[in-house]
Design a protein. Structure first.
Length: 311
């Protein structure tokens, strides 16, 4: 079976869920949880649940959190032998504040540790792959590492732009990406196209296709998912998702989508798998709770009431 090599960040997630509408400049009552996260790590976790042979390349701190993160990744079955250990730098942290509707109101990340991942480490990892394998990158990486991975990988590459601020790192290398999954705001920050209707949706997808991406996925939150290839462009709309924890939904989608493509599913079916995984992650907090499974994704797909519109 082909391998999937995920290169990106891992961190400690601190998440606060407010019990009532948030009040600025005040202490808000709520529930605070601490868990393992990071875009790259989350994607790798989803891949490991659905596909054998997952490599994870990142930086681990030598502090207490770093040792816990490494142990947890290994317990998931991830091969972290290509990662590096960095002394004297604290583990990456992600702090999210969710409103009383459990949607993210504000977040802050400290990803300084990942700047210690060097291009030569990335090159060494991707050169061990074969043509039938896949790499997945997240935009927390330094641009030099992104370019090193894409210029040396012998296989298709997927990428998550992470945020509007970081999405621009992929602008110079879009033609080297097979799969790209921005959300609607990240896509707009890159192509200037606000999506309000099917015409805007088609134009946004086409912009990425014209710049060399082979498979474009634009997540639209409650408005569904846009899927674009040279053969067809679709708008997949689904029932309203009941939010338990919105953090990690996009990571779950990309992990399930890439795993499905690696297993031979077509673009449309892989997108359905991504929707199912994202719904499970958001509604059941299934990624953090580690209850996501192929069967759960299949059940979620059946319950999502997906409507397809050809663009």
């Amino acid at each position: 079976m082909s391998r999937i090599c995920v290169i990106g960040g891992t961190n400690i997630d601190i998440c606060g869920k407010a019990y009532a509408p948030l009040q600025e400049r005040d202490s808000n009552a709520g529930e605070i949880t601490v868990s393992f996260g990071g875009v790259g790590r989350n994607i790798a976790e989803i891949c490991s649940l659905l596909h054998d042979g997952i490599d994870f390349v990142t930086c681990f701190s030598e502090d207490g959190y770093g040792r816990l993160l490494l142990s947890d990744c290994e317990a998931l079955g991830l091969d972290c032998s290509g990662s590096v250990s960095v002394p004297g730098v604290p583990s990456s942290m992600y702090l999210a504040i969710l409103d009383s509707d459990h949607d993210m109101k504000l977040a802050m990340n400290d990803m300084r540790l990942l700047s210690h991942l060097k291009p030569e480490t990335v090159i060494r990892a991707v050169r061990q792959l074969n043509a039938e394998d896949m790499i997945i990158l997240d935009a927390n990486l330094e641009e030099s590492c992104i370019r090193a991975a894409l210029e040396n990988a012998p296989c298709p590459a997927a990428a998550d732009p992470v945020s509007m601020q970081k999405a621009g790192k992929f602008l110079p290398v879009l033609d080297k990406l097979t799969i790209f999954k921005p959300n609607r705001f990240e896509a707009q920050s890159m192509n200037g196209i606000a999506i309000h209707n099917p015409m805007n949706a088609r134009d946004s997808l086409q912009w990425f296709l014209d710049h060399g991406v082979k498979e474009v996925i634009i997540s639209m939150a409650e408005d569904g998912v846009l899927v674009g290839t040279a053969e067809e462009c679709l708008w997949l709309q689904h029932r309203k998702i009941r939010v338990s924890n919105a953090t990690g939904g996009g990571d779950a989608f990309l992990g399930a989508y890439v795993s499905s493509r690696a297993m031979g599913l077509c673009v449309r079916d892989a997108a359905y798998a991504g929707i199912g995984a994202a719904a499970a992650a958001i509604e059941k907090d299934a990624v953090r709770r580690r209850i996501l499974s192929k069967k759960m994704i299949e059940n979620e797909i059946l319950n999502m009431e997906v409507r397809e519109t050809v663009l």
